[in-house]
Structure formats: C-alpha cells, structure tokens
Design a binder for this molecule. Structure first.
Ligand SMILES: Nc1ncnc2c1ncn2[C@@H]1O[C@H](COP(=O)(O)OP(=O)(O)O)[C@@H](O)[C@H]1O
Ligand SMILES: [Mg+2]
Length: 234
C-alpha cells in the first residue's frame, strides 16, 4: 500500500480570466519509509502540492489518497473528517514555525501528543526525548521568545513528528538552520522514515538536504518535469 498517491492532481486558483493553474496533472506514489525531495524555483507550485497532500488546500481536479484511502477525487470526498485525518496521519513542518508563545518548548510538543490522547506523563517524556534528539535538551523550559529562529524551527519539527505520523510534509524545513542543525534535522527525518516507516516529502532548495534522499522530483511551472533516483550516487 502507498502512503501517498496522487493521480493527475491539479490546482487552479481563482476563476475565469484571472485563474492561475498552480499545479498540473501531478502523478506519483510514495511508499511508507521513503524520503522524497521536491525541488523547484519559487512560484513553481511546490507549496500548492504540499498543502493539497496536507489536506489544507483543496485540489481542483485529480485524485489524492493517503494510506490507501481516497481523500479527494475531483475535490474532497464528501463526509470525510479532514481535521481528524490530518491530526492522526499527517505531520507538518512549515517555514514559519507557529509555536504557541505562552507555552514552553516542551509544552508546545506535548500539545501535539495530548491532542491525540497521549497521557500527560508520557507526553512529557516523549517531548523531552524528541527535543533532546534535536539538540534542544537545554531548552525544554524556555518560551519561544527566548529561542533563536533555528531553535524554534526544531521545536516545530519535534511537534510535527511527535505522533509518528504516516506522512510527514515539510516546506523548506532547514531554511532557517545552520549546516549542523540542518544535518541533525535531516538525520532525524531519515531515522523516522526508517524506524517509523513514515513517508516524508520535503520541499527544499537546500542541497545539503537532498543528499541521501530516495527520490527527487523536479517541479517547474506546476508540473513535475523530472525525477531522479537515489541522490547519493548523483
Ligand atoms: N492562494 C493563492 N491564490 C492565487 N494564486 C496563488 C495562491 N497560492 C499560490 N498561488 C500561485 O500559484 C503558483 C504556485 O505557488 P506556490 O505553490 O506557492 O509555489 P512555490 O511554493 O513553488 O513557490 C504561483 O504562481 C502563485 O502565485
Ligand atoms: Mg513555497
């Protein structure tokens, strides 16, 4: 079974003369445990693709399935609880971290776990472990305002992966990080792909990130124009 399946996925913003086709006929599948990069210039449709798969941007045409279940087919299927599917199966990492300002780093991660009914003690333990793995063990009790941009991003990453989602979607997750922290983040994502069998889709311009990916999709003008296999050998 595929973790992600898209078939002729298309997104058109607006209508009539001002319509913009941001994504055209994207077709691909991602297996559990695969680490896939999406590379392409600004405005090429990368975020549109990611947010459609993330169930926050309704595709205009085509089919989308997550974990074998069809979610969209010429628009969202009726009667689905998209929020619930998102919460249980998907993890997001965006450019802006959106941390809750009045909660500490550890509490920000705990919220993601508690929302999925993980008990408080267990949530605290797991949040602490995850943050420590991301070199934030000394920052557990700090508020976002006391953290650097890179540290906030790593807290956001911990929050996104805390529930070990089937699918992790990341939009330029290392943009704000230095090389060492970027590599830590990548190492953790790879580990998640392998250990939790998560399918991971990462939008990036960052070549440090692409190394070690299973596949790389090249996007241009809303189309997937190329795919490269294992970047390690390129
Ligand atoms: N909400 C929107 N309404 C109208 N056009 C949009 C919207 N979001 C993105 N676009 C347009 O869709 C195209 C692809 O954008 P985007 O997916 O953000 O690309 P990328 O992430 O690769 O920079 C661009 O031409 C952009 O201007
Ligand atoms: Mg974008």
């Amino acid at each position: 079974m595929y973790a992600i399946e898209v078939e002729r996925l298309t997104k058109i913003y607006g209508k009539g003369e001002t319509a913009v086709t941001a994504l055209s006929d994207a077709t691909f599948q991602v297996r559990p445990g695969e680490l896939v990069a999406i590379l392409g210039p600004s405005g090429s449709g990368k975020t549109t693709l990611l947010t459609a798969i993330g169930l926050i941007n309704e595709p205009t045409h085509g089919r989308l399935a997550i974990g074998g279940a069809t979610i969209a087919d010429e628009g969202w299927l009726r009667g689905l609880d998209l929020k619930k599917i998102r919460r249980e199966r998907l993890g997001f990492i965006f450019q802006s971290h959106n941390l809750i300002p009045f909660l500490t780093a550890q509490e920000n991660v705990m919220v993601a776990l508690e929302i999925n009914e993980v008990g408080r003690a267990e949530a605290k333990k797991r949040a602490g472990e995850l943050l420590t793995a991301l070199n934030l063990g000394h920052r557990l009790h700090n508020y976002p305002s006391a953290l650097s941009g890179g540290e906030c991003q790593r807290v956001a990453i911990a929050r996104a992966i805390a529930n070990r989602p089937q699918v992790i979607l990341a939009d330029e997750p290392t943009a704000a990080l230095d090389t060492e922290n970027g590599k830590n983040v990548m190492g953790l994502l790879k580990k998640l792909a392998v250990e939790n069998h998560s399918a991971i889709l990462v939008v990036t311009h960052d070549h440090r990130m692409v190394e070690g990916f299973d596949r790389i999709f090249q996007v241009s003008d809303g189309r997937i124009v190329g795919e490269t296999g294992n970047a390690g050998s390129a």
